[in-house]
Design a protein around this ligand. Structure first.
Ligand SMILES: Nc1ncnc2c1ncn2[C@@H]1O[C@H](COP(=O)(O)OP(=O)(O)OP(=O)(O)O)[C@@H](O)[C@H]1O
Ligand SMILES: [Mg+2]
Length: 226
C-alpha cells in the first residue's frame, strides 16, 4: 500500500493531540503501526524551532514566525514524512500546512498566496491525503487548555504559550480561516465537531478515515477488532 498522510488541524485545545493518540491506538489494533508526528517539531531541528516559536520571551514578527514554521516543516518533511510515505506508512501529523494559512494568514494577516508559495517550498508540493479539522469555539478550546496540566518547565510552565496569549479575536480569525479552507477543498477536509466528548469525536474522526480509505481504494487497514 502507498503511504497515507493524514493531518490533524484545529485551534488551541481543539483535541488534536488527544485524537492523534486515539486514532493511532485504533490503527495499532488493526495491525497498522502509524508514524505520528507534530508541527512545528518532529525532528531535533524542528523541535528546537518549536521551542523558539512558543517562547513568550521572544517576539518574532509575523514574517519571521512564518519562516521559522516553514523551516521546521521542510526539515520534518525531508527527514520523516517523505521517507515514511515512501515506505508505505500511515503518517498522522499534528498540524500541517493549513495551520500556517490559518495562523499566519487568518490570524496575523500575512498574504495567503505568499504563504501558499512558502508552504510549497517547504513541502516540495506534498499534500495531505486527508485533513481532519477539529472545529471548536476558541473560548472552549482555550478553557480546555487552561485546565490541562501545566508542564513543569518550558514554554507552558504557566499553562500558556505565546499563541495562547493572543486575544480571542485572533483565535476566531484562525477558526474562520480553517473553516474557509475546508469549504474550499471539501475533497481533502473533513470537519469534525470537536465540542463533543472525546469518545464521540474519535468515532467521527475514525469514520472519516475509513470513508476516505475506501474512497482511495484501500479496502481495509489490516485485520483485528476496531
Ligand atoms: N472532546 C474533549 N472534551 C473535553 N476535553 C477534551 C476533549 N478533547 C481533549 N480534551 C482535553 O482538552 C485539553 C486539550 O486537548 P489537546 O491537548 O488534545 O488539544 P490540542 O488541540 O492538541 O491542543 P494544542 O493546541 O494545545 O496542541 C486536554 O486537557 C484534553 O485532555
Ligand atoms: Mg496538541
Amino acid at each position: 500500500m502507498a503511504g497515507l498522510l493524514i493531518s490533524f488541524e484545529g485551534g488551541e485545545g481543539s483535541g488534536k493531540s488527544t485524537q492523534i493518540a486515539r486514532i493511532a491506538a485504533r490503527l495499532r489494533r488493526r495491525g497498522v503501526e502509524p508514524v505520528t508526528t507534530r508541527e512545528p517539531g518532529g525532528t531535533p531541528l524542528a523541535e528546537a524551532v518549536r521551542a523558539v516559536l512558543l517562547d513568550p520571551g521572544l517576539e518574532p514578527s509575523a514574517v519571521v514566525e512564518a519562516l521559522l514554521v516553514e523551516a521546521a516543516r521542510a526539515d520534518l518533511v525531508d527527514r520523516v514524512v517523505r521517507p515514511a510515505l515512501a515506505a508505505g506508512r500511515v503518517v498522522l501529523c499534528d498540524r500541517f500546512v493549513d495551520s500556517t494559512l490559518a495562523y499566519q494568514g487568518g490570524g496575523r494577516g500575512l498574504d495567503r498566496a505568499t504563504l501558499e508559495a512558502w508552504n510549497r517550498a517547504a513541502t516540495g508540493g506534498l499534500t495531505a491525503d486527508l485533513t481532519l479539522l477539529f472545529d471548536v469555539d476558541p473560548a472552549l478550546g482555550l478553557a480546555r487548555r487552561a485546565g490541562a496540566e501545566p508542564l513543569p518547565s518550558g514554554p507552558r510552565a504557566d499553562g500558556r504559550n505565546r499563541l495562547d496569549r493572543e486575544p480571542v479575536d485572533f483565535h476566531r480569525r484562525v477558526r474562520a480561516c480553517f473553516l474557509e479552507l475546508a469549504q474550499r477543498e471539501p475533497g481533502r477536509f473533513v470537519v469534525v465537531d470537536a465540542a463533543a466528548e472525546a469518545g464521540k469525536v474519535e468515532s467521527l474522526a475514525w469514520a472519516a478515515i475509513e470513508a476516505r480509505l475506501m474512497g482511495l481504494g484501500v479496502s481495509s487497514l489490516g485485520s483485528g477488532s476496531p
